[in-house]
Design a protein around this ligand. Structure first.
Ligand code: DGJ
Length: 698
C-alpha cells in the first residue's frame, strides 16, 4: 500500500496451486499495485514492497510497486507505457474505473481510463488452475477522437523485494551457443535484455529470474515474455531495495499508432514463483508449459534427422539408406531436413519453391514417403516457409512480398530475404503451402525453421508507421494455431537456426524446440542446462551426432552422447551409415532404454543437480507418483589423467524423495535419506563417462 491506504473492496488475490499474487488499487485510484507475491498466505501481513516513506526528488509513483505504470505515474524511473498525442504531448494519467474478479476461474480484469487522451487500459490477469504462474496482458483502447502514438508498450512490471541486492539469472547466447546461464549481482540501477530482431533471437532468452542477494537458495521469482518478436526485459533495483522487472514488447521500428477507436492487445508476460531457488523455479515453468501442451503432452517419438548426414545432398537413395538403418535402431520418425525441394542444392537458392525436387525423387515424393512408412517409420519434413532466396521462382514472381524500405538495398542474411507475413496474401501463401504439404503427403512431423531475423523496417509501397512486428507475430501464431487444429496428429518443431525462437507463446504452439545446432557433448551439456531452467524436457530436442563433431572434437563416448540426448526428446543426427555393427547395437540398446524412461522424462519432476562446470552434473526426473526416479549423469571432468585416478565416487544428492522409503537400483537398495543426504554414487572411468540410473521405490 502506498499513499493514502487501501480500500479492502479494491484488493484482489489470485491463487495458484501453491502461491498467491495480491494486488490493490490504492485510495487515490491512479494505479494498481502489488501487495505481495509468494506462497499461500503471503498477503496476510504488511506488504514487503509497499513504501510509505519520504520520496525526496521523486514522486510517490516512482517508489510504488506499480503493476502497470505510465510516464505520469513514474516520471523519473522506468514506465511501462509512454504515449504521445499527435501534437507531441506526453503523459497519460489513469484513473481506476472498474474491476472484475472471478476467483474460481483465477481471473482478474482491472480497468483504468485517462480522461485527457481517452486512452483506456484493461489490465488482465489469469492464473491457470494447477500452476504457480501469473499470466498478464493489457488491452489498450483509444476512445478519443485523435490517434495516439505509443512510444513504449511494455505489458507491465513485476515487483520483487530484494533488500540485500538483486541476484539476477538470465541466459545469453549466440548461434551454436544458446542458453548460457549467467548470474548478475545487481546492487543498483538497471539490467536489460531483449531482441530487436523481430524474433526472440539467439542473443538472449526472454526469461529472467530474480532472487534476493542474501537468499540464493530461497525464494525465486521469474518473468518470461510470450512474444515471438522483438521484446525486452529490464530489471531495475531502486535504492529502497525493490526490484521492478518490466517486460513486454520492444519497438525497434519506432512508435506504434493507435487510431481513434482502435484497440491494441499487448502480449502476455508471465510471472512464476518458487520457494526453492532456481531449481524450483524451473519446475514451476515446466508445470506451466506442460499445461500449455494440454493433450499434446505425450512422449515424443525417437527421431532421426538427416541434416548432418547429407546436408543439401538429399535424394531418395541416401535418405532411404539412412531410414533403413534408423528403423533397425528403433527410431520412430524419420525427418528429411533442408535440401528436398527444387533448386535447393545449397543455401543460395530454392527457398520459397516448396516442390519436391524430381531429380532427387525420380519415382515421386509420395513413393519415397511410402517406402519410409513401409519401414515402420513416421515421416517428417523440414520447411522454412517465411523465407525466400532471391534465386527462386517465388521471388521472381513476388519481389514485393519481402520486407523492404523503398529505394534502399535489401539485406540478405544466409542469402535469403524475409517474407512480410503481415500481408494477408503472404500469410495465405505460407499457410496454404504448409497445409498443402500436410494434406498431400503422409507427414507426421514438421520442422519449421527460420534462419534470418528481420532487418528492413518497411513494406513495399507503404507509408507511415506500421506494426510489422505485431503483424508478423500475429500471423505466425494464427498459422500455427490453424495447422494444429486442422492437423492435430502432426508434431511441429520450432527451430530458428538453432534456438532463436523459443518463447512462452511458442511453447504453447510448437511441440518441440530445437535449442541449438551445436550438439558437441560438452557444449550441449551447458546449452541443455540453461534450456531446462526455462523449458520443460518435452520441448528439448536433442540429437546424438558423430564424434568428433563439427563443433567440438573433445572425445566423449557414445553413451555420453546418448544419455545427453535422453534428457529431453531423443534424436539421432549422425551419419549412421558409417556406424560399426557394435555402435549400432549400442545405439539400439540406448533407444530401447529411452523408450522405457521417456514417460518419466516427459511428466516427471525435474531436479537439476550441479551443472556442466561442476564435478556433479545430472538431471533427476521423478515420476508424478514418486515411484520411479530416473537419473541421467555425466562426467564433466577430464577424460584422461589425474581426474580419473582412483578416488571416491561422485555423489549426486537427489531431491524430493521420501526419506523413509527405499529405492532400488538392481541389487542395490538405498533409503531416501541416504540418496538425499549422501547422494547417489557414480564412479567415472575412462570408458564410463555417463550413466542412466533408474531407481524404483520398493
Ligand atoms: C538451421 C537448423 O538449425 C539446422 O538444424 C538445419 O535445419 C539447417 N538450418 C538447414 O538449413
Amino acid at each position: 500500500m502506498s499513499e493514502q491506504g487501501t480500500d479492502a473492496a479494491r484488493r484482489w488475490t489470485l491463487r495458484g496451486a501453491h502461491t498467491e499474487y495480491v494486488v490493490t488499487v490504492p485510495a487515490h485510484g491512479r494505479w494498481l499495485e502489488l501487495v505481495a507475491w509468494g506462497p499461500h498466505g503471503v498477503g496476510n501481513g504488511p506488504s514487503p514492497v509497499a513504501y510509505d516513506g519520504p520520496v525526496p526528488f521523486l514522486t510517490a509513483g516512482d517508489a510504488a510497486p506499480i503493476e502497470y505504470a505510465t510516464d505520469a505515474d513514474r516520471p523519473f524511473t522506468g514506465a511501462d507505457l509512454v504515449v504521445e498525442t499527435m501534437t507531441g504531448h506526453r503523459r497519460v494519467a489513469f484513473g481506476f474505473t472498474e474491476a472484475a474478479h472471478d476467483p474460481a476461474a483465477g481471473t482478474l480484469a482491472v480497468t483504468f481510463a485517462d480522461p485527457v487522451t481517452g486512452l483506456r487500459a484493461v489490465l488482465r490477469y489469469a492464473v491457470p488452475a494447477g500452476a504457480d504462474v501469473v499470466r498478464r496482458w493489457v488491452e489498450l483502447t483509444n476512445t478519443g477522437n485523435e490517434p495516439l502514438r505509443l512510444a513504449r508498450v511494455g505489458t507491465g512490471g513485476f515487483c520483487v523485494p530484494t533488500p540485500h541486492g538483486a541476484l539476477l539469472s538470465h541466459q545469453w547466447g549466440q548461434w551454436a551457443q544458446e542458453f548460457q546461464l549467467e548470474h548478475v549481482d545487481l546492487k543498483h540501477g538497471a539490467f536489460t535484455i531483449g531482441s530487436s530482431q523481430g524474433v526472440p533471437g539467439h542473443l538472449h532468452v526472454p526469461w529472467l529470474a530474480v532472487r534476493d542477494g542474501a537468499e540464493p537458495d530461497g525464494p525465486a521469482w521469474g518473468v518470461a515474455v510470450a512474444w515471438t518478436g522483438s521484446w525486452e526485459i529490464t530489471a531495475e533495483r531502486d535504492t529502497g531495495g525493490l526490484t521492478r522487472i518490466r517486460a513486454g514488447r520492444r519497438l525497434p521500428d519506432g512508435p506504434l499508432e493507435l487510431p481513434a477507436r482502435g484497440t491494441l492487445t499487448l502480449p502476455e508476460v508471465a510471472g512464476a514463483y518458487s520457494t526453492d531457488g532456481l531449481d524450483g523455479l524451473a519446475r514451476v515453468w515446466h508445470r506451466y508449459q506442460r499445461l500449455l501442451a494440454g493433450d499434446r503432452l505425450v512422449p515424443r517419438p525417437v527421431l532421426y534427422n538427416s541434416w548432418e548426414a547429407t546436408y543439401f545432398a538429399v535424394d531418395a537413395k541416401s535418405q532411404l539408406e539412412l531410414a533403413r538403418i534408423a528403423a533397425d535402431l528403433g527410431v520412430e520418425t524419420f525427418v528429411v531436413d533442408d535440401g528436398w525441394f527444387v533448386g535447393r542444392n545449397d543455401d543460395t537458392a530454392g527457398l520459397g519453391d516448396w516442390t519436391p525436387d524430381p531429380a532427387g525423387f525420380p519415382d515421386g515424393f509420395e513413393a519415397f514417403i511410402a517406402e519410409v512408412r513401409g519401414l515402420g517409420l513416421r515421416f517428417g519434413l523440414w520447411v522454412e516457409p517465411e523465407c525466400v532466396n532471391p534465386r527462386s521462382r517465388l521471388y521472381a514472381e513476388h519481389p514485393d512480398w519481402v520486407y523492404q524500405v523503398d529505394g534502399r538495398p535489401l539485406t540478405p542474411i544466409r542469402n535469403q530475404y524475409l517474407l512480410d507475413l503481415g500481408r494477408p496474401e503472404v500469410a495465405d501463401f505460407v499457410h496454404s503451402t504448409l497445409d498443402g504439404l500436410l494434406r498431400r503427403y503422409d507427414i507426421a512431423y514438421l520442422k519449421w525453421d527460420f534462419n534470418r531475423p528481420r532487418t528492413e523496417p518497411g513494406r513495399a509501397g507503404a507509408d507511415g508507421p506500421l506494426d510489422l512486428d505485431g503483424a508478423h507475430v500475429t500471423a505466425l501464431h494464427r498459422i500455427y494455431d490453424q495447422l494444429r487444429r486442422d492437423h492435430p496428429d502432426v508434431l511441429i518443431e520450432s527451430c530458428a537456426g538453432g534456438g532463436a525462437r523459443t518463447d512462452l507463446a511458442m511453447a504453447g504452439r510448437a511441440d518441440i524446440f530445437w535449442p541449438s545446432d551445436n550438439t558437441a557433448p560438452m557444449d550441449r551439456l551447458a546449452i541443455q542446462h540453461g534450456f531446462l531452467h526455462a523449458n520443460a524436457p518435452h520441448l528439448l530436442s536433442s540429437w546424438v551426432t558423430d564424434a568428433p563433431g563439427i563443433f567440438d572434437p573433445r572425445p566423449r563416448s557414445l553413451a555420453f552422447r546418448f544419455v545427453l540426448a535422453m534428457a529431453g526428446v531423443l534424436g539421432i543426427g549422425a551419419d549412421i551409415r558409417h556406424w560399426t555393427p557394435q555402435q549400432r547395437a549400442e545405439a539400439a540398446g540406448w533407444i530401447s532404454r529411452y523408450k522405457e524412461i521417456r514417460e518419466v522424462v516427459t511428466h516427471g519432476e525435474v531436479h537439476l543437480i550441479g551443472g556442466p562446470d561442476q564435478a556433479r552434473c545430472a538431471v533427476q526426473y521423478t515420476s508424478p507418483d514418486g515411484r520411479r526416479v530416473v537419473v541421467l549423469a555425466w562426467h564433466t571432468g577430464r577424460s584422461d589423467g589425474p581426474g580419473l585416478l582412483p578416488s571416491r565416487p561422485v555423489r549426486l544428492p537427489l531431491r524430493g524423495l521420501a526419506p523413509d522409503a527405499r529405492y532400488r537400483q538392481g541389487d542395490q537398495s538405498y533409503s531416501g535419506s541416504h540418496l538425499s543426504a549422501v547422494g547417489l554414487p557414480v564412479q567415472w572411468t575412462p570408458t564410463h563417462d555417463a550413466d542412466l540410473i533408474v531407481l524404483d521405490r520398493e
